[in-house]
Design a protein around this ligand. Structure first.
Ligand SMILES: [Zn+2]
Ligand SMILES: [Zn+2]
Length: 151
């Protein structure tokens, strides 16, 4: 009786989730796949003999990346953050709103405060009516409409 043994490559999905895709530059769903060479008996894969490749595939753009892409904490370009903080403060957002927005992008609280200080200086204006804090350049409180004075 002839026993058919052999080996073949086989791709298995070992995980999935969301990650920051370096190509799309936003959070995307991914699939983590492993390609291995399997020992086969009558063409049925029995066990893996050799690991051939392991990669992460973005489900939006279908680019593939090495596994490390999952562990890489990606931060947006610091110059982009500073420019955006400047715009937000000029448009009249409160210090607290800008701080919350920064922390939502993944910055630690102390880093967020530092970014605001670098952008807006340490001078603050405070709303006499509701107590909201603003950067120096703000003129009116967006929350209650009151004019602002130097803190
Ligand atoms: Zn992508
Ligand atoms: Zn106010």
């Amino acid at each position: 009786m002839l026993i058919l043994v052999g080996s073949r490559g086989r791709e298995v999905e070992v995980g999935s989730g969301t990650f920051h895709c370096p190509v799309c530059d936003v959070q995307r769903p991914y699939k983590h796949r492993r390609v291995g060479r399997y020992f086969t008996l009558y063409f049925i894969p029995l066990f893996q003999i050799q690991k051939l490749a392991e990669y992460v595939e973005c489900q939006a753009c279908h680019h593939v990346f090495p596994l490390e892409v999952l562990h890489k904490k990606s931060f947006p370009d610091p110059r982009r953050i500073l420019a955006e903080v400047g715009r937000d403060l000029e448009s009249g957002m409160t210090i607290q709103q800008v701080q919350t927005k920064l922390m939502n992008t993944g910055l630690r609280e102390d880093v967020a405060s530092k970014v605001i200080e670098v952008t807006a200086g340490s001078q603050r204006k405070v709303c006499p009516r509701c107590g909201s804090l603003y950067a120096e350049s703000a003129r009116f409180c967006v929350k209650c409409g009151s004019p602002l004075y130097d803190a």
